[in-house]
Design a protein around this ligand. Structure first.
Ligand SMILES: Nc1ncnc2c1ncn2[C@@H]1O[C@H](COP(=O)(O)OP(=O)(O)OP(=O)(O)O)[C@@H](O)[C@H]1O
Ligand SMILES: [Mg+2]
Length: 453
């Protein structure tokens, strides 16, 4: 078996020597260049498994290297070495497709960890990018930009923080980052941070030892362990209680977790992606979210714009959804129906469009979906005869027959109330929670528990 080959690019001979020595001790072969031109020449002549480049070079910079590799040697991971405190250049490199970055002065342990994980990952089979990329649809400039950025971010291992309104496709984006990257063959574990009861959180994330608390009947792997080698997606990360934020930050920094009831830390290699539709920055300001964790998660922000700002995507999405949701021949939308959709505000974004299409396909009696079939809120339903509503019936309360347990009955009542609130608010969970007089977090938990989606 041949040794891994690493290309080192730095204009300072001392740093080159330090890197050669460190990597040499890891049983890695290196070649070094002092400037961009000689780096390009080496790249052309030899095959490498990793490239480590300084940011400032005599005839260009590290970004030139990142771009060149991106264009000609895709799949070759490149990590940049940045001067301490120049986070902007590090972020630019990551957004350009760099694998990771290390700061000067170099911390040798950190460097070794980076090299090891880059070499491990580049051994894994490359993923079928073309197919996966097709899943995040939309031809608007904005969506093209999002897709291009996702493809580059997929190659790295830095945390990505995905923001966007409810239903914009944040989870789908997270999956794509995983599927298009070298971790694709490993698990993608998504966790809704708002849905785990607070007292179970530590054990859910880090696992536990048998007997570590009442009810811990056996050893249990945590989410970090389950996601090992892959990606852990922290959805609704703004819902994490503060004590858990502290523990999570530690796990991410140390790349190790300690199961509840265990004395030993276990090393874990997971890429962390997170998302929220909340304004995390605002939560930091009010003290509900720790600033240190915020900076850790938010190295790179991926913004998914709301659907109303990319109305050009609506025809493609609607057609795709019609095909996905119908069994036989999908019904087409009339030009008027499409025009109406393009003008609609979509507070619930793509998920709302999905619901609108589903309802339209179910209720439509003609062979085209027309404006009236969309039942958009505030739209006069000319063709629809509304059932007369008597009084302010909040929802159909299922009556208690005594045939089921009280718990089952209460679950049914709860379900009816939640479904009604979701209908009233066109699936806007924030508004539905408000209508029900419970927190968003509580609603998420109940939805999961009752299996409503
Ligand atoms: N660009 C897109 N192309 C195709 N389907 C999409 C796109 N964006 C979103 N969807 C679909 O819309 C639905 C909502 O997407 P997703 O769950 O990823 O949104 P989200 O931003 O995580 O929502 P929430 O804030 O409610 O968690 C999913 O069924 C997803 O497959
Ligand atoms: Mg989501």
């Amino acid at each position: 078996m041949s040794l891994p080959q690493v290309l080192i690019i730095d204009d300072e001979a001392d740093i080159r020597a330090l890197l050669e020595l460190t990597l040499g001790r890891m049983n890695i072969e290196t070649r070094s260049a002092g400037d961009v031109a000689s780096a390009f020449a080496l790249l052309e002549e030899y095959r490498f498994d990793l490239c480590l480049t300084d940011m400032r070079l005599p005839d260009g910079d590290g970004l030139d290297i990142v771009r060149h590799i991106e264009e000609h040697y895709r799949g070759l991971p490149v990590a940049v070495i940045t001067a301490h405190g120049s986070m902007e250049t590090a972020i630019a490199a990551l957004k350009g497709g760099a694998f990771d970055f290390v700061c000067k002065p170099l911390n040798i342990n950190e460097l070794r960890a980076l090299v090891r994980s880059a070499l491990n990952l580049s051994k894994q089979a490359p993923s079928d990018g073309a197919n996966a990329a097709a899943k995040l649809l939309g031809d608007s400039q904005a969506m093209k930009g999002v897709r291009a950025l996702i493809e580059r971010l997929a190659r790295g291992q830095a945390p990505v923080y995905i923001t966007g309104e409810s239903g914009t496709g944040k989870e789908l984006a997270a999956r794509l980052i995983h599927d298009l990257g070298p971790r694709a063959g490993r698990p993608f574990v998504a966790v809704n941070c708002g849905a785990i009861p607070e007292q179970l959180m530590e054990s859910e994330f880090f696992g536990h030892k048998k007997g570590s608390f009442t009810g811990a009947f056996g050893d249990k792997d945590g989410l970090f362990k389950t996601a090992s080698g892959g990606t852990l997606f922290l959805d609704e990360v703004g819902d994490l209680p503060v004590p858990m934020q502290v523990k999570l930050l530690r796990a991410i920094q140390e790349k190790a977790v300690r199961p509840v009831g265990s004395q030993q830390e276990v090393a874990v290699d997971v890429r962390i992606l997170s998302a929220t539709h909340k304004n995390l920055h605002e939560l930091v300001r009010t003290g509900a979210f720790r600033q240190d964790l915020y900076y850790r998660l938010n190295v790179i922000e991926l913004v998914i714009p709301p659907l109303r700002e990319r109305a050009e995507d609506i025809p493609t999405l609607a057609a795709h959804l019609a095909t996905k949701l119908s069994t036989g021949h999908p019904l087409p939308l009339t030009p008027q129906a499409l025009a109406t959709l393009k003008k609609y505000g979509f507070p619930g974004n793509v998920r709302e469009l999905e619901n609108i299409m589903e309802r339209a396909l179910t209720l439509c009696e003609g062979d085209e979906i027309d404006v009236a079939d969309l039942h958009l809120p505030g739209q006069a339903s000319l063709h629809l005869v509304e059932e007369p509503v008597e009084g302010p019936a909040p929802f159909e309360t299922p009556s208690y027959t005594g045939e089921q347990s009280l718990d089952e009955h209460l679950a049914q009542v709860e379900r009816a109330a939640i479904e009604k609130a979701l209908r009233d608010t066109h699936q806007n969970k924030t508004a539905a929670a408000r209508e029900l007089g419970i927190t968003f977090r509580a609603l998420r938990y109940k939805l999961e528990k009752l299996g409503i989606e």
